[in-house]
Structures are given as C-alpha cells and as structure tokens.
Design a protein around this ligand. Sequence first.
Ligand code: GUN
Ligand code: ZN
Length: 434
Amino acid sequence: MTIRGFRGELLSVSRDPHRHPDAIRHEPDGLLVVEDGIIVARGDHATLADRWPGLAIEPLPGLIVPGFIDAHVHYAQMDHIASHGEQLLDWLDRHIFPAEKAFADRAHAQRTAAVFLDELLRNGTTSALVFPTVHAHSVDALFDAALDRKMRLLSGKVLMDLGPEGLADTIDSSRDESETLIRRWRGRGRLGYAVTPRFALTSSDAQLHVAGALLADHPDVLLHTHLAENLRECAAVAGRFPQALDYLDAYDRFGLVGDRSVFAHGVHLPDRACARLAESGAGIATCPSSNLFLGSGFFDFGQADAHGVRIGIGTDVGAGTSFSLLHTAGLAYQAALSRHYPLDPFRALYLATAGSAALLHIADRVGGLEPGQEADFVVLDSESTPLLARRTRNAPLADRLFALQILGDDRAVARTYIMGDCAWERAGSVRAAS
Ligand code: GUN
Ligand code: ZN
C-alpha cells in the first residue's frame, strides 16, 4: 500500500457550471491524498494535513486540474495531421484512407499506438475515446499500449464495409471481429470498448444493423461515430437515407442512438435531432480545431443548450490541428463566439474533463479530482511562455484559466499523473517548491 499527498492549487469542475455554478471547486492551497492510485481525500492543506500525520507530501507548483479527456481522436491519423487542401470527403480520399491502409501492418500499428499515447500524456490527456482503423489488430495495438501506461482508454474496431478497396470489412467479419475484441478486452486494465461504425456513408444498412445488434447484446459498450460534420456529407446522407427524418434519424433507425452513444461534431443539426439527442441521453463531442481546419462550420452551443444536449470535447486529430485540449478549449471559445455564445473558461475546463468523462461513461472514475476517483491529474504552468506569464501575473483565477486556454498548449503541461504516478514531466518543469 502506498499513500502520498500532493500539495498545490487545485481546480476542478465536476458538473456543467452552465447549470450548476457551484460545481467549480478551487483550493488555492490544497491537498490531494492518494492511496494506491485512488484519491482518498481532498481539501485545504491547512485543514486536511492534520488528519494525515506523517504523510509524505510532495509540493506541486502550478495549477492542478483533472487529466484531460479527449472525447474523439484518431490514432491512425496522427502522422497525417496538417494535410493540405480539401474539405471532409476529399480529405478522407486523398489523405486519410491511404494513411489508414498502412495499418494492415501490425508492427506499424504498434509503433504508432505507442507514440500516440505518449503524445497524449505530453499534452496532459489521460483518457480518450479513440478511432483506430478497420483492422482488428489496430485495437489490440492501442489497448496493449494503454495497458502498459495504465491509461483509461476506450476504442473499438472501425466498421466500414462500404469503405474503399483495401480498407473495407464485411458484414460477417465486422460482427465476428467486434465480438472477439469485446470478449478479449472486457474487464482488462482501465479499458472500454466502443462499437465504431465510421459514419453513415461507409456502412451498408446490414452493417448498421450489426452495430445495433452489438450494442443491444453488450450493454457495457459505447457507440462511437461521426454525425453531421460537413454539408456535402449531410447531403449525401440525405440522398442515401430518403426515409430518415435527418442524419441522426438515419442512425436511430438501426438502434444506434442511446445514452451510451457519442457522436463527433454535430455541426449541422436540425432542432428535431437536438431534441432527440437530449431525450435519448446521447451526446456530442465537439471538435473545434477540426471544424475550422476542414471548413466544416461552427458547433452551435446555444442550440445544444436550448435542448439540453450533453457535450464533451475532442481534438479529432488528424483533422484536428493539435493534441492539446487546452488549445482546443481556446478554439471552442472562438468557434462558439462566432455563433454569439461566449463560452465560459470554467465550462470549457468542464468539457475537457468531467464533461467528456460523462459522455464516455467514466465520470465515476475520473474527471473531477473527487475522493473515490482515480488520481489522473495534470500540473499546469501559467509561466510556461513569457507572454502567458505576463498575462497571468496577479490575474484572478478565471483570467488565468482563460489565458491558459487561449495562449497555452503542450508547453503549459508541466507534469501528467496517471493513478498518482508521474507519467510525463516536461524537462525543467520542477521549479523550486515554495
Ligand atoms: N467522417 C468519417 N470519417 C472521418 C474521419 O476520419 N475524420 C473526420 N473528421 N470525419 C470523418
Ligand atoms: Zn473524427
């Protein structure tokens, strides 16, 4: 048994402050007590320390927040981030499908998975819902690498029987491989499975049925796919599913819309679809850097809030342009403002932590720095660049947090902890303890 204390400035937002303003929890001089990777106590250092005589306490200079949770990211696309020139459908054909074909090679998948997870940790991301490729071994490679790092991660083989040659599965192989993977990985480490049809256009009706049946047979798995990202995509979906009321309804007809469903983007949604998302408990992973990069549009926070849609946030690398959820939160602010919604920095922090955790059904385990949760956390350094230091010096908490989101990125992540152990440390990040 190991028990340790971490002393520093603590901040978490465990419920949506838009509806629960009292959910913002801040201890300027706080103490986090961690036993065998689990948080057992949290509070003001002055009041809590007496209750733990003899506790070894490590001072952590910086702002300690829950580890970031990326609600939508593609590991196979990391080496094709920043590929120039096209919107979604042409970008997939020209850049992404060729990149994903290379994952037929298991060793390539294993090498990329390791680099990808290290990149997440470098950016302060401790959990993620990840798109791999159509290849079953791309899931094994990712889950093995996550087990090595003790990370809480969710993923599942991509289903795409209408995909391009060399990247298409079949109705039978997608069912059988998904079943095998669910059985192989269930209950191991901190992993979770997500049935992952790529999007409506790359699966036949029969394969969408298979996805619905997998969900019905395995109530513990998630559904993870793309929804209403790009206008040309939406028009193609409307042409393919003439009976559907809208894009979401095309999924709904196959049993794919429920409280364990995570839809990336949702940029172009009619009110009916938002109402149905809210009613079903399904949620959107908004991906602002991707939406900007591919010219897809801007997520409408006002519309989503009017209907009570659950929201998390994702980087969507390789369409997304950064692994940093700090930077992505800053872009979410700018995207929201273009639709006249001034996203609050505490709400942005919520989206990147407990909000995404709720979407991924892991909020009982991570995202809030609450006793009983796993000790995944990040130490942020608001002096990591000269400009950030100038902007945040003597600034109130809300201004510091906002500046970290607008000006910060991986450079502002001094340390990343997984289950109470330091999993990544920026060179030179340990300043003299005060
Ligand atoms: N829609 C279908 N596939 C993809 C993908 O790989 N990335 C994004 N951003 N959207 C998609
Ligand atoms: Zn995506």
